[in-house]
Unconditional design. Structure first.
Length: 518
């Protein structure tokens, strides 16, 4: 018996010794995930947004339609569709069917739905934090692989903790890891794209699968992510043709993810139409923005009521703030939310022609307003979403079940005293410093290799992704701080992981000059 115990102990110690490095790395990932949750700890729970309940109720409605199971969230379904939601179907009059919004991903809602059975949403925040910490760890491992084998260099586990903690302390990544919205997946999808496109060979099968799943999830969870990845896929393809990037960049996996994302969105549309009798409706975000910015409003003043647009009512409003135009419940302020279902569908359908008419009528003014919106988006750094406004609180009071609302009332965000100011300013400093490091890195990369290496292309893809995100969110919606802050942290990450490489390039270049001089 004693011999068996000794043998077992020796066997366990042998395995621990053999996999010591892997276990340390795994522990570092978990430790970093716990650090990334610091805003949720300070707040007392993960953070809500007004859209959070919309994501969850969509998944809850689907579960009820399929199984008949009711939760504390199902009351909204009965309020909108009556006591028998299944009675609505393809034969229902479309105008009578309440609107289901496109863009509120049922796939992300499913995660919220599963977590709500625990009575809170900590499980989802933990999952998001683990995905972020894993992404950071793999990125450090891949980009700093020479350091992993270099004698005397810091262990990978220590670098994961050091670099990850810097990001958690000085960038918004920790806030968005604790956010009950799919925003964090914008950055994770961007990292996944860059890894699959330019660092395919440096990744093993397991990490390629990880990035693929993350990329697909990002596109299924939010339409803006799908647009961003689509634009990024087209950009590197053109770069390859122009020989500006490695000719062996891998895009089949990205293409497959795009196809699956399209199929997922099509399935959601079909399911909603089959269940309710009407397809989901996309709110007129662009129409609201160009009315707020001026070109759309000026066009309406000159052409209404002859234009026969739903948006003509905006000419009589006392304010034309885009968020109010979209989401106000007051019919004297809204061109969408306060309207009947049939008018909401009409507003969505009229948006495209309205934009084209404004473009034809005053092209320069519209292009100037769009460029200004993109610039505002690119330079908009705030975390106001993490302190609830009176409007947020009023919405939560109406939409959150009592047990969840009671917990939210105890949070610091509910009281409006989350300490966001330091991270807002440190993010600005971190981004400016990162851009200096990245510029130097890309310059030295091209100078040494004659073109961007795979690592340089990875960095460039992240920068391009941040810029395209500003273009997509600024032009197609109203600029908001969270749209840019949710993925701006990839720039400090790129700077931190390439900084050691930049030093080696500089040293190598200097030594080369010394040798040639002698």
């Amino acid at each position: 018996m004693l011999l068996c115990s000794v043998a077992l102990r020796a066997r366990v110690m042998g395995l621990l010794g053999k996999y010591k490095r892997q276990l340390l790395n795994f522990a570092a990932v978990l430790a970093l995930a716990s650090i990334l949750l610091w805003p949720a700890y300070v707040n007392g729970e993960p953070f809500y947004m007004t859209d959070t309940s919309s994501y969850l109720r969509g998944a809850d409605a689907a579960a009820h339609w399929l199984t008949g199971h009711r939760t504390v969230w199902t009351d909204e379904l009965f309020h909108r569709y009556g006591a028998n939601p299944q009675a609505n179907g393809p034969n229902s009059p479309r105008g009578d069917v309440p609107v289901v919004l496109a863009g509120r991903s049922i796939y992300y809602g499913l995660l919220l739905y599963l977590c709500q059975f625990l009575g809170n949403f900590w499980a989802l925040a933990i999952l998001q934090a683990v995905l972020v910490s894993s992404s950071i760890a793999i990125t450090i491992d891949v980009l700093q692989r020479p350091l992993n084998r270099k004698p005397g260099s810091k262990p990978l586990a220590l670098r994961i903790l050091l670099l990850g903690t810097c990001l958690a302390a000085f960038t918004p990544v920790a806030y968005f890891a604790s956010y009950l919205m799919p925003d964090i997946f914008g950055a994770l999808g961007l990292l996944a794209f860059a890894q699959l496109a330019f660092l395919w060979k440096q990744n093993g099968r397991a990490t390629r699968a990880f990035w693929f799943v993350l990329l697909l999830a990002a596109m299924l969870f939010h339409t803006a992510n799908f647009l961003l990845i689509g634009l990024l896929t087209a950009s590197p393809a053109a770069s390859v043709a122009l020989k500006l990037a490695p000719p062996k960049a891998q895009f089949p996996a990205i293409g497959l993810a795009l196809v699956l994302a399209i199929m997922g969105q099509a399935f959601f549309t079909w399911s909603v139409k089959h269940a309710t009798g009407a397809a989901p409706v996309r709110p007129p975000f662009v129409a609201a923005r160009i009315i707020d910015d001026g070109p759309g409003y000026d066009y309406l003043r000159e052409n209404c009521p002859e234009a026969k647009l739903v948006f003509c009512r905006a000419t009589s409003f006392r304010t034309k703030i885009s968020d109010s135009l979209l989401w106000s419940q007051d019919p004297h302020l809204s061109i969408f939310q306060a309207l009947s279902p049939s008018e909401q569908r009409l507003a969505s359908a009229q948006q495209k022609q309205f934009i084209l008419d404004v473009l034809a009528d005053r092209p320069l003014q519209l292009m100037q307003s769009s460029a200004a919106a993109i610039f505002r988006q690119a330079t908009h750094f705030d975390l106001v979403s993490f302190n609830y406004t009176p409007q947020n609180i009023e919405y939560f009071t109406q939409k959150l079940p009592k047990s969840f609302l009671d917990q939210a009332r105890l949070s610091r965000a509910f009281r409006g005293n989350m300490p966001v100011r330091f991270v807002e300013w440190s993010t600005v400093v971190a981004v400016l410093a990162s851009l200096l490091v990245i510029s130097r890195t890309l310059f030295m990369d091209v100078r040494q290799n004659g073109r961007l290496s795979s690592e340089g292309s990875w960095v460039a893809a992240l920068v391009l992704g941040v810029l395209l995100n500003a273009a997509v969110c600024g032009a197609l919606s109203t600029p908001k701080g969270r749209y840019q802050m949710r993925l701006i942290w990839v720039l400090p990450l790129a700077a931190l992981v390439t900084l050691p490489r930049r030093k080696r390039v500089v040293v190598r270049g200097t030594m080369g000059k010394v040798r040639s001089a002698t």
